[in-house]
Design a protein around this ligand. Structure first.
Ligand code: DCP
Ligand code: CA
Ligand code: CA
Length: 499
């Protein structure tokens, strides 16, 4: 690995206590990364069949079903998530298709979950000062602030070769010679993340990509800029250049109806345009609290903490159907889901000593017609859970106890609200967006960007937060940082190094 010589000032004084949650102060105080595995399920399959490395590959869910993960070689042939098997074979005759194993009549994701645990083991053992939050089966937010400030470790020897600066044509390496003190921490963060990515590769043989910035929203946004096996850093000075190219729906928190509504209401497409919507117009449409949050996002501010959490918030199981007609089918599937959930909850109890206390069933009749019921989880017993849920459902679903009043196209169970009395790792609940909107805000009903349960629970279970939009409780603006990167880029442009 290339060594970079780099003159650093003394570390700033900083609390040496490792907080359970990441920093919650001004966004500008933090250095946050988002690490996302490249074509994760495909890599898991390819590792088990090493002769397929370098060859176009995809993972298909169910025989006759669609593609749920595609490697980058196959993407070059035009294969996408959702492509059909015949489409894959015609576009890419030498494609290797892997099929997700099935158990109890549904996808069995155990091997992908186990591979995910391998990755998280690397993150957890990297450094005691690293705050790690699982964001989904293949994603983690990292709060690097404490490692950067702690004087115990130096990352000066680690390369930033290959790290790009978002919104510019530059590698971070190009811009390092005279970096300002405040952006210096972003460079150190990038070095740390480069090292983490190397260690993940060494331990698991998987590649991943990452974004480094001052908060979760920006880290997540730029994590996708250099895929696969790449890394970007987003300094504040690049914000406007990046936001000018960023569709509103690509930003964490704006992927759903709210983002859509903003586009329609104000006739805008990009984040830079959102930034320019006058305050009074936003306030008139969304009230003070929500409009404040939207404006903060428009300015690239987000103070949601990275919460030390590796364990799942909830465990789920579910399936889509062509249209169930009978109560006995519902009973059958609830039993299957409850079996899977209770098996996993029992494992969780044995590993982490914590128990779930409720279970929610969601029934979907048609695309926009669904309802949920939550009941206490009295004991880890499949029959009891099934019977308790049935009691809730029967009056709502049937008149005669047998035939459904309306066909069901999706059923899912999610169990959560864990007791954490014996938990070895801290478990903190991140506020849900609905709690933010609980004051009668007009967009309460548009709070989630994606269904709680995606297509046959592809990535469901690892952490329901991957599907729930979360908003900060008290956004705080970071100090205005006019940047070195901006000035340096201008300089390079003027000197003709950049066209
Ligand atoms: N997944 C799924 N169904 C979805 C989305 C994802 O089953 N609708 C699974 C398969 C993916 C894994 O979750 O491999 C991670 O999802 P990502 O969105 O991170 O996509 P990939 O990791 O496959 O690709 P990328 O390299 O773009 O991150
Ligand atoms: Ca991924
Ligand atoms: Ca992901």
């Amino acid at each position: 690995m290339e060594t970079v010589t780099w003159c650093k000032s003394a570390p700033a004084p900083h609390a040496s206590v490792v907080p359970k949650a990441g920093h919650m102060t001004m966004s500008g105080d933090r250095i946050i990364a988002l690490l996302d595995m490249d074509c994760f399920y495909v890599q898991v399959e390819q590792r088990a069949e090493p002769e397929t490395w370098g060859r176009p590959c995809a993972v298909v869910q169910y025989t006759g079903g669609g593609v749920i993960a595609v490697n980058y070689e196959a993407r070059e042939c035009g294969i996408k998530r959702g492509s059909s098997v015949p489409d894959c074979k015609s576009k890419c005759p030498n494609i290797r298709l892997f099929y997700v194993p099935e158990l109890r009549g549904k996808a069995d994701l155990t091997k992908y979950r186990n591979a995910s645990s391998e990755v998280f083991d690397v993150l957890l053992t990297f450094d005691p000062n690293l705050v790690v939050e699982r964001a989904s089966i293949d994603e983690a937010f990292l709060d690097l602030t404490d490692i950067i400030h702690s004087a115990t470790r130096s990352f000066d020897h680690v390369s930033v070769a290959g790290v790009s600066v978002a919104g510019t044509d530059h590698s971070l390496h190009d811009l390092m010679s005279a970096v300002s003190e405040e952006d210096e921490r972003l460079v150190t963060g990038s070095q740390i993340v480069n090292l983490i990515r190397d260690q993940v590769k060494e331990a698991t043989n998987f590649t991943c990509s990452a974004g480094v910035s001052y908060n979760k929203v920006l880290a997540k946004l730029c994590a996708g800029f250099k895929k696969p096996n790449g890394q970007s850093v987003l300094p504040p000075s690049s914000l406007n250049a990046v936001f000018a190219q960023t569709p509103i729906g690509k930003v964490r928190g704006l992927g759903g109806k709210l983002g859509q509504e903003l586009k329609v209401q104000f006739g805008i497409e990009t984040m830079l345009q959102l930034q320019k919507v006058p305050k009074y117009l936003l306030e008139a449409a969304y009230g003070q609290k929500t409009s404040h949050w939207i404006r903060e996002l428009g300015n690239g501010n987000d103070n949601e903490p990275v919460t030390s959490r590796i364990v799942n918030k909830s465990v789920g199981s579910g399936k889509n159907f062509n249209g169930l007609q009978k109560m006995e089918e519902v009973r059958y599937w609830i039993t299957q889901f409850a079996s899977e959930i209770i098996e996993r909850l029992t494992q969780e109890k044995n590993t982490n000593g914590r128990m779930a206390t409720n279970v929610t069933i969601t029934v979907r009749h048609a695309k926009k017609q669904s309802f949920s019921r939550t009941i206490p989880l009295k004991e880890y017993n499949v029959q009891t859970v099934t019977q308790d849920l049935e009691k809730e459902l029967i009056p709502r679903l049937t008149k005669d106890g047998q035939h459904l009043l309306q066909p069901i196209i999706s059923l899912s169970l999610i169990s959560g609200k864990f007791t954490d009395n014996q938990t070895k790792r801290a478990v903190h609940q991140t506020p849900r967006i609905d709690s933010f909107f609980s004051t009668g805000d007009p967009i309460a009903s548009s709070s989630t960007s994606e269904p709680l349960v995606p297509q046959d629970l592809g990535e469901e279970d690892d952490s329901q937060d991957s599907c729930i939009e979360v908003v900060p409780t008290s956004p705080v603006s970071p100090p205005q940082r006019r940047g070195f990167f901006y000035r340096k880029t201008l300089e390079l442009v003027r000197s003709g190094s950049v066209s």
